[in-house]
Design a protein around this ligand. Structure first.
Ligand SMILES: Nc1ncnc2c1ncn2[C@@H]1O[C@H](COP(=O)(O)OP(=O)(O)O)[C@@H](O)[C@H]1O
Ligand SMILES: [Mg+2]
Length: 315
């Protein structure tokens, strides 16, 4: 049975797709059978891995696979990389959120809409060693479905203030996915990337290490021209400089696989994220709020307190 792994942060340009694409490439090169699933309507990982124009995938994407509850007709083998298969995406995937609720009204499926993707991928679980999912840069239904379909999640964080701030929001979202649809979901770690060794970035890296400790992978992904080139040339290790550019990703992959093998997890992140939220809500309640707003924040506070009790049991 495949291990399903998604790459996510609700922030664009942090290197998620590149990392996920290179991980797929490296796993396939190790002889593993890999299915790369594109859940981002930008279709970036489809074009990165298949080196075709995104228009060539229309009506043959993960959206149709979920509609049919069968991914097999939509799996595209890579021409260049043996063992690597892709289920592409295109612009239309943006309607995914609406579509799964329509399907729910039209058909009687045995699982809730957020599990339709998992149900679809389960059909080919036994044919792969790894299924990797690339997520869009937002906390929408595509992302929630990807998380619900995953055994593990890796976050790719650019050492930059907004990306750093997005992390606690992401952990809150993961809490809800674990609580409601996927109790066994594991947050494997945070890959910090795209640093140019600027001082501010190093400060953020230190802060990340202070705050998230063992969750931060030791490998830091540096910005390299050869990696940027993969977007147009395709991922390759044919040249020596390309091999060298892939080294940092090999190190990261090794850490990821070690964590999967050793059953690593750190559930304290959910508690901390919820406590952050509570802190914010209590701050709001100190303000002179109109009644409607006060009632809303009091409701949120009670709900967050309940969630905190649940998260405490996970630690
Ligand atoms: N290590 C790297 N070195 C140089 N450029 C990179 C690296 N990782 C990603 N990029 C480039 O940065 C841009 C954003 O990366 P991408 O993987 O698409 O991020 P995301 O999926 O988070 O939006 C792309 O143009 C990509 O080619
Ligand atoms: Mg992307």
């Amino acid at each position: 049975m495949a291990v399903t792994l998604s790459f996510m942060l609700q922030k664009g340009g942090v290197g998620k797709t590149t990392t996920m694409g290179i991980m797929s490439f490296l796993l396939a090169r190790m002889g593993k059978k890999v299915l790369a699933v594109d859940m981002d309507s930008q279709g970036n990982v489809s074009t990165l891995l298949l080196q075709r124009n995104v228009y060539t995938f229309s009506n043959e994407t993960i959206l149709e696979a979920v509609e049919d509850q069968d991914p097999r007709p939509y799996i595209v083998p890579s021409d260049e990389i043996p063992n690597l298969h892709v289920i592409p995406a295109d612009d239309l995937l943006a309607i995914y959120g609406r579509r799964i609720y329509e399907i729910q009204r039209e058909e009687q499926r045995s699982v809730p809409p957020l599990l339709y993707l998992k149900q679809t991928l389960d059909v080919v679980q036994d044919e792969y060693d790894y299924i990797l999912i690339d997520c869009p840069p937002s906390l929408n239904e595509q992302t929630l479905s990807a998380l619900a379909a995953s055994d593990c999640v890796v976050t790719v964080l650019q050492a930059e203030v907004y990306a750093y701030q997005a992390l606690t929001r992401f952990f809150e979202t993961l809490f809800h996915v674990k609580k409601n649809v996927r109790p066994d979901l594991v947050m494997l770690g945070i890959a910090v990337g795209l640093t140019d060794r600027y001082t501010l970035q190093d400060t953020i890296l230190d802060e990340c290490r202070d705050e998230y400790g063992a969750l931060i992978f030791n490998t830091v992904i540096r910005r390299l021209a050869r990696v940027a080139e993969f977007a147009t040339l395709g991922i390759s290790d044919a040249r020596k400089d390309q091999k060298t550019a892939l080294t940092q990703y090999e190190d990261l992959l090794k850490e990821i696989l070690d964590r999967i093998d050793s059953g690593f997890y750190d559930n304290s992140i959910y508690l901390r994220a919820l406590q952050n939220r509570l802190y914010y809500i209590e701050g709001k309640l100190q303000e002179n709020l109109p009644d409607v707003k006060r009632i809303r924040f009091e409701g949120l506070r009670d709900e967050t307190l309940q969630h905190i009790e649940i998260a405490k049991e996970w630690v």
